[in-house]
Design a protein around this ligand. Sequence first.
Ligand SMILES: [Zn+2]
Length: 68
Amino acid sequence: MIEQRRKRVRLATTSCPQCSEIGGLKKIIFGMPSADFDHERFIAGECLVSEVNPEVGCVKCGWEGSLK
Ligand SMILES: [Zn+2]
């Protein structure tokens, strides 16, 4: 039985690991944001590629990282 077991974190209902605010987390998209980039749903990563690419960020406190 094949089941999709990909992590589907509902960011809208997940609290930030740092400030515990719910609703501040957004998925970070790296690369050049297109003209229709959805800033309501995503954070532009601006090509800042570090050793650990953060997957999500918090717009409330500025935290960036990966949810585990
Ligand atoms: Zn936060």
